[in-house]
Ligand binder design. Structure first.
Ligand code: AMP
Length: 419
């Protein structure tokens, strides 16, 4: 065996630079330095060097975590009885931190900036008060929700449908990668909510299938990701078509100068609600694994994943669409049930892959960053960075897929042993 397994994972590289367990996310973020890039996926700029010590963190034991004590119950909010019923039915017992802090402001009609990443419950934080507001609204479409990826938009739409049951509120999902005909048909029915990704929204807007003159609420979800992916011009073009008199809600995991500019541009006297992002990462056990070269990485990974009990539900990140597919095929051929998710797959293939992984029919999903962005997959036991991420922010987003909802999670990052 080339790697050494200890009780908690793999033996970290401890050279002079390394500070095992010393990296805490709050203080070591790379800030705005990565924000200039405009392309998604593998076309990004030269990869930034990230000190391997940042990939090491000894998890905070559960017992030491201070549970968030909400100041509200869901019943404290002025939600109608059907909406309260749907919240119960979804199994939400008490508000998460972002919900607890944002819902009242949104119900009051204020613009809100939510600094929160995926996994904090931000979707319900904006959906619930908006649903409450829209009940009975006749000028439609009245709500526009823009998200960076198809999968995220789809998840928002699914959550919307669950919360809006029996309320006579409807949505159209407007995303790329699937035929536009059905979306156009849905739009013709004048839904209350349009939930979509910037490219397809702008396309259908230009083709006059979307009329935004009655929009009273605009949500920009994962705004930092949307800027990273180069969507700013599309977003500007879309938002310009909405009335100035509207409520604007913007969610972002990070606040950079570019995000501040958007906030100043699009919102009026917003209230800022912040959920500490490190909360979701400190309990993730993070370690590095040294490998000589790609072949060695594949060998090590294959060997690790043979342990079905330990590596129960694993998300592996690779850099390129081609590499991700090849790695997934290799694992599959080695008897490790695996599926790939990347931009060369169409929407229904991606949705099917995601479902197979979510349902536990395949144990390993190999993904590119763009394909995996914003995905809500319960119970991921391990995130493995087969290729190191482009930036430290990407790293944070990747490992945020494990250790959800207070479960313990593990992240392993392959690094070059020859460095
Ligand atoms: P999000 O950050 O919106 O992607 O939500 C992450 C996950 O937490 C989703 O599976 C939600 O359904 C779930 N969730 C959100 N709010 C609550 C809550 N108050 N109670 C229990 N689960 C929740």
């Amino acid at each position: 065996m080339a790697y050494q397994q200890s009780s908690g994972g793999f033996r970290p590289r401890t050279n002079g630079d390394s500070r095992p367990g010393g990296s805490r996310f709050g203080g070591s973020r790379s800030g705005g330095s990565s924000r200039g890039r405009s392309s998604g996926g593998s076309r990004g700029p030269v990869k930034k060097y990230i000190n391997p010590s940042k990939f090491i963190n000894h998890a905070t034991p559960k017992a030491e975590e201070i549970a968030y004590v909400p100041t509200h119950n869901f019943t404290d909010f002025a939600f109608g009885s059907k909406l309260q019923h749907n919240i119960d039915k979804k199994g939400y017992e008490s508000p998460s931190s972002i919900q607890d802090q944002a819902i009242s402001h949104i119900l009051e009609g204020k613009d809100v900036i939510g600094i929160a990443n995926t996994g904090t419950g931000k979707t319900a934080a904006f959906l619930l008060p908006i649903i409450e507001h829209q009940t009975g609204v006749s000028l439609r479409p009245s709500v526009l929700i823009i998200a960076p990826t198809r999968e995220l938009a789809q998840q928002i739409d699914e959550e919307f449908r669950a919360f809006a049951q029996g309320l006579d509120l409807y949505s159209a999902l407007v995303v790329g990668g699937m035929p536009a005909e059905r979306q156009i048909r849905d739009l013709k029915r004048r839904p209350h909510f349009i939930i979509g990704t910037p490219g397809r929204l702008k396309d259908l807007m230009n083709r006059r299938h979307i009329n935004l003159e009655n929009i009273n609420t605009l949500v920009l979800d994962e705004a930092d990701r949307m800027l990273d992916m180069g969507f700013l011009p599309d977003i500007r073009a879309i938002v310009t078509e909405t009335p100035r008199e509207r409520q604007t809600l913007l969610f972002s995991a990070t606040i950079t100068p570019e995000i501040t500019a958007i906030i100043n541009n699009f919102s009026k006297n917003p209230v800022t609600v912040s959920v500490r992002t490190s909360e979701t990462n400190e309990h993730i056990e993070q370690d590095v694994i040294e490998a000589r070269d790609k072949t060695h990485k594949v060998e090590l990974l294959t060997e690790m994943l043979q342990d079905r009990t330990l590596y129960d539900k694993v998300l592996v990140f690779g850099e390129t669409k081609f590499g991700v597919q090849r790695l997934s095929d290799h694992l599959d051929n080695s008897g490790i049930s695996s599926i790939a998710i990347h931009g060369n797959k169409n929407q229904s293939q991606r949705a099917r892959a995601l479902k197979q992984f979510k349902d536990g029919r395949v144990r390993v999903m190999v993904a590119t960053d763009v394909a995996a962005r914003g995905l809500d997959i319960p119970n991921v036991s391990h995130v493995i960075n087969f290729d190191t991420p482009q930036t430290y922010d990407d790293y944070i987003h990747r490992i945020g897929r494990t250790g959800r909802g207070g479960a313990s999670g593990h992240a392993h990052t392959f690094i070059d042993s020859r460095r």
